[in-house]
Design a protein. Structure first.
Length: 389
């Protein structure tokens, strides 16, 4: 299926996208235009370089053509431009820079810097690693052919090389970022597909036998109804029992799918805190030695605590810690969520009450209250695997 320009731009960083409105065009033109400040040397040479009227006119036209060609090359979305077309544009720029430098003087050697920079920005790394030094070499050869050009060469050679390779690095960074985003999207899609397959497989295993048995007994009861009503009633009772058990199995399966996990809640906390402008300090990996029930209780605690930080605290920073502690009563895993917000005493409500009940059900405890002069801290503790609950 053919992609539109908008589809191709989707998922790219802002710096790599084609401008879509006047504001984006103005911002990109401003950033590109800043670097045209270094053309002050050729402009000054045209004004006060002692050239005749004809030379000034031709030089001004040549400079305008060079700038226009350069802007078209770097302003367009170069990732969709074929390499041969970019090379042709660079050859035109290099030819203009060479002619203007040879005819008007050493001040025009700065044009080669723009050739090197546009080369790094517009070409893939495997090509620009040759064209950037090529532009620098052409500038060097031209400098020795221009009177006094070698005096300007030292101040232009390093900017040409560094600018060209810097732009090549930026282009590579953009491409790597795009590939990482695409890879993450692919992994997420594969994970979603795998979860759908697992759910379908589990539901088939749960309901396949039960529904087959219900169908069989329904047909049997239908045949028994005319002459054996008592046997048919027993079959109907069996149908009711099987259907109720199937309903219980489905509810247990669905509750298992809905059970929160610490990795999922840590990822959700990072997203929620970032969206609220809160700096998040989260553990890299959750503690492993927890039962499913204990992990679920801690995950609910983390979700409730982060929700309170985002909604009510006004905090600028939130710290989440998961640590294992050995006590006289056994080994426990402790979740601590603290922030630097308004603080204040803990107000019992549905959230904290529900968390307390969940934690008590797995042998855990909950404490919440002010953290120093400002801020709030929630501490949830559950027994680790192998500890008495």
């Amino acid at each position: 299926m053919a992609l539109t320009e908008h589809d191709e731009d989707r998922g790219f960083p802002e710096i790599a996208k084609r401008p879509e409105n006047r504001r984006q065009k103005a911002v990109k033109a401003l950033w590109i235009g800043i670097w045209l400040f270094y053309l002050s040397a050729p402009v000054t040479d045209l004004v006060s370089g002692g050239h005749g009227t004809g030379a000034r006119l031709l030089g001004a036209l040549g400079l305008a053509a060079f700038v226009a060609w350069y802007l078209v090359l770097v302003f367009r979305s170069v990732r969709r431009t074929a390499v041969p077309r970019v090379l042709f544009s660079l050859v035109v720029l290099a030819a203009q820079a060479t002619v203007l430098s040879l005819t008007l003087g050493r001040e025009w050697l700065v044009l080669f810097v723009y050739v090197a920079i546009s080369s790094g920005a517009a070409l893939p790394g495997e090509v620009s690693r040759w064209t950037v030094p090529g532009a620098a070499a052409l500038m060097t050869a031209t400098a020795f052919a221009v009177p006094g050009g070698e005096a300007y060469l030292a101040g232009l050679l390093i900017p040409a090389l560094m600018g060209g390779f810097a732009m090549a690095g930026v282009r590579t960074l953009i491409r790597t970022t795009v590939e990482l985003r695409e890879a993450r999207a692919t992994v997420a899609q594969l994970a979603a597909n795998e979860e759908r397959l697992r759910m379908a497989r589990d539901l088939h295993d749960l309901l396949g036998h039960s529904l087959s048995l219900i169908t069989l007994k329904s047909e049997l009861a239908g045949r028994m109804l005319p002459g054996q009503p008592q046997d048919a009633a027993r079959q109907v009772a069996d149908i009711e029992r099987v259907s109720r058990q199937a309903l219980v199995d489905v509810r247990e399966a669905v509750s298992g799918y809905r059970r929160p996990t610490l990795p999922g809640e840590l990822a959700g906390a990072r997203t929620a805190l970032a969206a609220a402008g809160v700096v998040a300090d989260l553990p890299a990996e959750p503690v492993a030695d927890l039962s499913e029930e204990a992990e679920s209780a801690l995950a609910w605690s983390l979700r409730e605590a982060v929700t309170n930080v985002v909604r009510h605290s006004g905090a600028r920073r939130c710290t989440v810690a998961l640590t294992g502690r050995q006590t006289l009563g056994g080994r426990f895993v402790e979740l601590t969520v603290s922030d630097d917000g308004a603080g204040g005493p803990a107000v019992p409500g549905n959230g904290l009450t529900g968390l307390t009940e969940r934690l008590q059900a797995v042998g855990g405890t909950l404490s919440a209250g002010p953290a120093g002069r400002s801020g709030f801290r929630l501490v949830a503790r559950v027994p680790a695997l192998g500890s008495p609950s």
